[in-house]
Design a protein around this ligand. Structure first.
Ligand code: NAP
Length: 351
């Protein structure tokens, strides 16, 4: 019987999103397909130690595009063609053969893009204590993207009060928290985004000092000089490419560049050549790539601090919520053209 589902059912249809095959370019909806007709028993098999969960919220994240490449030399293996796509999720335990979990528990971790998942490996799952915080935040503000912002800003950027901070893809899942943490740290903060609506959100909802629409700027170097006449101390880089080049010229002596991601370069045959690296030498800039997974020892501290800031009303979080598993491929593809306004989440089922 499905806990909280109202209806006693032992087997249900399990809609799934299947990864069709490896790609080289920017993903399209046709790289994934909805599979109907698959049945799943709402039972964790005895002796398996597994969990049968109902997926409530799925996360769309840019890194997943990397898993669609065949020869992906990275920290996480590629998806298997013909298999269900994997991603971060908030889920509810329906049945458990594992003493650490019971039906009704809420968990966050890597699940399939499907309505129900049978989870064999439970070590990396996190239990969520029900609270007055939206559950979907556990794939955003309080999940991997929020933690990326926290670890990247405090550990990699080593900020000081009063410093000038620039954030690209600033209204997205990671960027919006970086900017707010920087403001709370006493920094001057400017964000870039790809629409005027996002610029408005950055300035009027997320508390950035200034924001710019990079798609309307004929010269990014001149645009950054306008907002940073005295230069940038910290660049939190989510996009790479031409914006990185422009930021390099505008950095101050002993500036830091946290290379979080290069979403503008993903799926390009002809990556943008970075021309202004000599600035690293003359301005003694530290430019450091990082993965949030290297800082997981800080996760409990992050949760405690960010939950407290959220409850005090000191930070807000913008989500872009799509309804239904069917909407996941289009929502994921939309990340690469900036369709999402805030953290892109899919509501698969009502809580
Ligand atoms: P997001 O910002 O919520 O969504 C992606 C955004 O990227 C889009 O909304 C779009 O916003 C922007 N974008 C897309 N194509 C672009 C282009 N060609 N040029 C410039 N901007 C473009 O995504 P997120 O989850 O917060 O991730 C942000 C970055 O962090 C990504 O690079 C991701 O890979 C990286 N990341 C790294 C780690 C880590 O551990 N290092 C962890 C999580 C995420 P605009 O409207 O502003 O164009």
């Amino acid at each position: 019987m499905e806990v909280g589902g109202g209806e006693a059912r032992t087997e249900v249809e399990n809609k799934q999103i299947i990864f069709k095959g490896f790609i080289e370019t920017t993903p399209t909806e046709t790289d994934m397909e909805l599979k109907l007709g698959n049945k799943i028993k709402l039972k964790a098999p005895k002796g398996s130690g597994s969990l049968l969960v109902k997926n409530l919220y799925l996360s769309c994240d840019p890194y997943m595009r990397g898993r669609m490449r065949e020869n992906y030399d990275s920290y996480i293996p590629p998806f298997t063609p013909g298999s269900v796509i994997q991603g971060f999720s908030v889920s509810r335990v329906v049945d458990s053969d594992n003493p650490d979990f019971k039906p009704g528990d809420l968990i966050a971790g890597l699940m399939g893009w499907e309505e129900y998942s049978l989870i064999q490996k439970t070590e990396k799952l996190r239990k969520i204590q029900p609270d007055d915080i939206p559950l979907s935040y556990y794939v955003g503000l309080l999940g991997m993207p929020g933690f990326t912002a926290y670890a990247g800003f405090f550990e990699v950027c080593t900020p000081k009060k009063g410093e000038n901070v620039f954030v690209s893809a600033a209204s997205g899942a990671v960027g919006q928290l970086v900017g707010q943490l920087a403001k709370l740290h006493g920094c001057y903060v400017v964000g870039s985004a790809g629409t005027n609506q996002k610029v408005d959100l950055l300035k009027n909802k997320l508390g950035f000092d200034e924001a710019l629409n990079y798609k309307e700027e004929p010269d990014l170097d001149i645009a950054l000089k306008r907002y940073f006449p005295e230069g940038i101390d910290i660049y939190f880089d989510n996009v790479g490419g031409a914006m990185l080049d422009a930021a390099l010229v505008n950095m101050r002596i002993h500036g830091r560049i946290a290379v979080c991601g290069m979403v503008s370069q993903q799926g390009r045959y002809d990556p943008h050549g970075v021309h202004n690296l000599f600035n690293l030498v003359v301005k003694r800039i530290r430019m450091q790539g990082f993965l949030q997974s290297d800082y997981l020892h800080l996760f409990p501290r992050f949760l405690e601090e960010v939950i407290s800031l959220y409850k005090q009303g000191k930070i807000v979080y913008i989500e872009d919520m799509n309804e239904g598993l069917e909407s996941a491929p289009a929502a994921f593809v939309g990340l690469f053209s900036g369709k999402n306004i805030g953290k892109q989440v899919i509501r698969v089922a009502r809580e």
